[in-house]
Design a protein. Structure first.
Length: 317
């Protein structure tokens, strides 16, 4: 076995151990406190639960709107509903290890509509960056509400990273970074023509999607646990911060285990640990429900309408 394969093998084992450890800790906490959970005076609030799903759907639709704007900005000519079907269908790849299968599937399906892979790749890069940037900003500005032990001096230093990150999104800066990567793979350099106004609009969309998701999570918690409306910023920040950690956890598919661990850790100051574990698992199921529906509809549209959604042409880099 050569060194490369050995490293992959060892890294695969490490990922499995980390994931197993997180799942074991969460499951152990759930089963240890099962009697207290079963004996809890549950009062499910249907209206809050329904509102949580409405805001979660808006969260995913706004995420797609970010993608659609990027495609238009890059001149990717693909019908709106075709693009939507492909976007939702490609979300299935998030549940495979490595986090590359969703983007690869999107590149393949959009390429068949006559779009260069490099153009789709640039859109994917900006989508990832802006989704992370928007979530990072929301998580940072809500730290005082959910991190009770947050040091104000350290918090101020963290806030300085926001304007630095925004400057890094300037078209010329991103163009230089992308071309350095392309140079490594001996691919021709590209030119990014996004305007600063266009990128600021993308930033506002990315902030909006996390605000909607945070409101949805607040209503999910409120449907299970009595809570005050003043906690909406707290739970919104916890949702964003936990999802950010799940996105950045490359070792697990869809942040499995990592996101739940972050939920439990951040929710514990506001509710008993057993309820925090239950909310964490409930949030995973809550998001899976909407994702599965979106994946199913997108997959059905791609399958049933054949060439109309899959396209027929192929282009090179």
């Amino acid at each position: 076995m050569d060194n490369t394969r050995l490293r992959r093998y060892i890294w695969g084992i490490v990922k499995i151990i980390i994931l197993a450890g997180i799942v074991f800790y969460l499951s152990r906490s759930l089963f240890t406190n099962w009697e207290r959970i079963a004996g809890y005076a549950w009062d499910i609030r249907p209206l809050s639960l329904a509102l949580s799903f409405i805001f979660l759907i808006l969260f995913y639709l706004t995420s797609f709107f970010l993608w659609e704007n990027l495609c238009k900005g890059m001149g990717v000519k693909i019908p709106l509903f075709t693009n939507m079907a492909i976007w939702f269908y490609s979300q299935a790849g998030r549940y495979l290890p490595g986090k590359i299968w969703g983007p690869m599937g999107r590149i393949y399906l959009i390429e068949r509509h006559g779009t260069r892979r490099i153009d789709t790749g640039i859109c994917l890069a900006y989508e990832a960056v802006y989704t992370t940037l928007g979530g990072g900003i929301i998580a940072l500005i809500t730290i005082p509400f959910w991190a009770k032990t947050a040091d104000s001096y350290s918090f101020n230093w963290l806030l300085l990273g926001i304007p630095a990150a925004i400057v890094g999104m300037h078209p010329k800066v991103m163009e230089w970074c992308i071309n350095q990567v392309l140079k490594i793979f001996k691919i021709n350099s590209i030119s990014i023509t996004f305007s600063v106004f266009f990128l600021l609009r993308l930033l506002l969309v990315s902030l909006l999607l996390w605000i909607l998701g945070g409101i949805g999570f607040y209503y999910l918690v409120a449907s299970i646990v009595p809570t005050d409306r003043a906690m909406i910023i707290t739970y919104g920040g916890i949702f964003t911060a936990s999802c950010m950690l799940g996105i950045l956890a490359f070792m697990t598919p869809s942040g499995l285990g990592v996101r739940e661990g972050a939920f439990v850790l951040l929710l514990q100051p506001f509710m008993p640990s057993e309820l925090a574990v239950l909310v964490a698992f409930g949030a995973r199921f809550w998001m899976i429900c909407v994702e599965v529906i979106g994946i199913g509809i997108g997959g059905a549209m791609v399958s049933l309408y054949g060439k109309r959604f899959r396209g027929s042409g192929r282009v090179s880099n």
